[in-house]
Design a protein around this ligand. Sequence first.
Ligand code: GAP
Length: 438
Amino acid sequence: MDSLEKIVSLAKRRGFVYPGSEIYGGLKGTWDYGPLGTELKFNLKQEWWKYMVSRRENIFGLNASVLMNPKVWEASGHTEAFTDPLVECKVCHERFRADNESDIKEHESRHKGKKVQWTEPKKFNLLVEAKLGAVEGEKSTVYLRGEITQGVHVNFKNVLDSMHPKIPFGIAQIGKAFRNEITPGNFIFRSREFEQMELQYYIKPDEKEARKVFEYWKKERMNWYVGLGMNKKRLRFRQHEPDERAHYAKDAWDIEYETPFGWKECEGIHHRGDWDLSRHSEYSGMDLSYFDEESKERFIPWVIETSAGVERPLLCFLLDAYSEEDNRVVLKLHPRLAPYKVAVFPLLANKPELVKLAQSVHGELKEEFTVAWDARGNIGKRYYAQDEIGTPYCITVDFDSLEDKAVTVRDRDTMKQKRVKIGELAEYLKNYLGMTYN
Ligand code: GAP
């Protein structure tokens, strides 16, 4: 098994990620997040929000609808240009992304020795259509948003008028996006429904300023991954070739992660120029310019965007955290990402006095942390199970605890154990979990 297969299996077995609609045979490119996956996703989004929004004065949050007036997508260029080139195998009519050489080669090998003929590449639009309306026949076609970005740009004027921000400022959003991907795959890496975490940062229309701001956000975004414990050696920047860039981008850089299936885009940073606001001004007839009080100039701002998925970085964090040591599997997730921060065990499940004290420790800690409870099997097995889901600390209540009002705290990574007074536990854990941003 390679490490991706191991992660897929662990994710299913331990309640991180399940195939979507599994009992009905599934739905390609969709995934459901189990109890632990939901916590992990939540933590990841919260870390992003804290880092990108809460700590800063000039970034505002937004939460726009998934469904939008279809004119939005005409204006943004997506109905025309949000396409992937696809080729079709003339033998079995399966379709592939024309730029995905490894999938194409793999497919040819399945036709063992037969000469496979491919059609010329055709453009395939990635927007997912939906029908909206109550009466059959009168329903109108809308699109599930292909990027969460447009919800921000169409609200640019609303944010200006309600918050009166001074340029430069940003609008941040987290939410679902949908793409009719031709070949979803590599587990949750490429799916048809996923979440994005984006910042649209509005600046003066000036190339020198744009370069400076672009470099700033590139660094910030890389620091976010490294700050959450991702191995620097597995991360790199890659600039897009001009013919690779999306229709809205003047410049585009990816933060790539070295996965078992190669170096892959984890997140993109884009110089969108005035593409979005100009087009929405033109198509809506609304004036989306900004008046700069200082210079007394009116202009259409430019946009530098940072755009990450949620599930794709989540997969990279899982791959990065996975390690096998002697007799155990450990997910060395950063404590701020770990689904459970701590687990509490009574040494023996059939000793009511131990269970009672352990339950009261569990109850107190639950006020401040996500806490697991386990009273099954022996202690070694419980440690193993918590290591495998990345719980940074395990607390055991034993017979001595009844006397000295202290418990054993065991560290996931070093496996070292320490005795800590019950009354000092919460403080102790907070210090060691690095729960606050410096
Ligand atoms: N607003 C710009 C934009 O959407 P993108 O490069 O198309 O840019 C940004 O997407 C990020 O969204 C990607 O780096 C990836 O993390 C995530 N993403 C895109 N398509 C995805 C898919 N099919 N499945 C999972 N994540 C995806």
